[in-house]
Design a protein around this ligand. Sequence first.
Ligand code: ZN
Length: 288
Amino acid sequence: MGEMCTAARQRRPAGWPIRGYRFGDGKQPGGGQGPGQATLELVKASPEAQLRLLELADLDAELNRLDHRRRGLPEVAEVDKIDARDAELHDAIVGAQTSEKDLAREQAKAEADVDQVRTRTARDRERLDAGQVSSPRELESLQSEITSLARRQSELEDVALDVMERREAAQNSGNSLAAERAELAGRRETAVARRDESLGELGEQWEKAADRRAAVVAQVPDDLLTLYERMRVQHGVGAAALRRGRCEGCHLTLHTVDLNRIHAAPEDEVLRCEECRRILVRTPDSGL
Ligand SMILES: [Zn+2]
């Protein structure tokens, strides 16, 4: 039996039996459990209860569609995009502030260096002007120092100026980032309102469908519901209708022999499509 089943995965030979679905203690792992398990138990349910499964499948499809729409809402993506940009801006602002603080320290140091050279130059000039230095060699050395201090001062002033410019650039950058962030906060408010409105509408639709589902579930016997849920977990859709000789789950047309077997099966027998393994529900236009 096992090898025949493997060979029959895609297209069974005519006359392959449609079995009543059996299930047991729920120990089998999800998917791929083979037929013929010894501990299984036959599920039986009235045709009315079986038809409820089709309503359930429709409602589950609607709930899935709503979940999918909720996840794919452009309004949600828009808020996420704004939040991502806001996080980037926040980091960039922190970066600009840190850099501005570092440059402020650097600027203070550069200015102190300039002051130090200025003080030294002033002292030298004082000595020179006061005529305190008389030796020509000492005089020459003092003048030479004043010249080199002037050069040094000019270099240090360039450094201070460069630091000051970089500090201003960091301040400007921080200011424009902060302005963009403030503008973004305004856009976020609008986007959040639109997102919440759409989510609210979808949520209402979802609640309605969930209520309808609960009402249908209340009319399905426990063992049939357990079977349906298990099929749903394994195959996405738990039950499909048999219409005009075709399984509406996998859209495969059944062989006449199979249809005859289904026709002969007791109406309370819960059948499964041999191809897609979903619960196969007979309908008034099953084509039997
Ligand atoms: Zn099928």
